[in-house]
Write a protein that binds this ligand. Sequence first.
Ligand SMILES: *[C@@H]1O[C@H](CO)[C@@H](O)[C@H](O)[C@H]1NC(C)=O
Ligand SMILES: *[C@@H]1O[C@H](CO)[C@@H](O)[C@H](O)[C@H]1NC(C)=O
Length: 227
Amino acid sequence: MLPKLILSLLLSPLQYCLLTVASDPDPVQDYCIPNPRFNPNIIRTHKLLSSILPCKNASEVTAHDFVFSGMKNFVPNFSDTGLSTISVSPTLFPGLNTLGMSFSRAELDVGGINPPHFHPRATEIAFLVKGSIYSGFVDSSNRVFAKVIQAGEVTVYPRGLVHFQMNVGDKPAMIFGSFNSQNPGIQKIPAAVFGSGIEEELLEKAFGMSSRQIGLMRKRFEPKKAK
Ligand SMILES: *[C@@H]1O[C@H](CO)[C@@H](O)[C@H](O)[C@H]1NC(C)=O
Ligand SMILES: *[C@@H]1O[C@H](CO)[C@@H](O)[C@H](O)[C@H]1NC(C)=O
């Protein structure tokens, strides 16, 4: 008991420090277009490594490196919850590397939802371009802040807090989201809980559900097997 207490006292200032530096590192140069000779997947998987990825020689950088055109011809391909998104991160738009920001465009079909999820490394500011959505987030005391917003309105989802959207209008909705991290990360609550392989007994006890009910949830949220 006592050693545990001492350990937690020793660790708590450390945790505080880790929290206060938990954002993208400051750039140490104007930009760093990753050198295509190195594997671009490193950007996706290693947030910190991304800032020390070898950059393209500045003499080879052009205006094209700072323009992403892939959103122009974006055709929504709705998921079974009626959501279609494109995440403009350095993986798609290498010019963003080291700049501490990223972007997304989401389309919601009529009645479609963006299920409860959160971004561990970024606050999101979202602009509703088209349509009408029920949108909100839940704070760490489980208070929900949600309302219907209309095209032209801007909302914000604080970093690490669960948030959600549902199209309540009669035509598809379009949302632009901007993140203060080049790699915000996303954790979808249903898939994290029921699709990750947590022991069934624990889920039954946590949710007061029967084995059959858990089975149904698992079937719905387990990752689709690659064919
Ligand atoms: C970058 O390119 C310039 C011009 O071609 C060249 O002089 C310089 O040596 C290069 N730098 C590196 C680190 O390769
Ligand atoms: C749409 O999404 C489905 C599954 O998410 C995928 O199998 C399909 O290839 C996608 N279609 C297009 C045109 O991207």
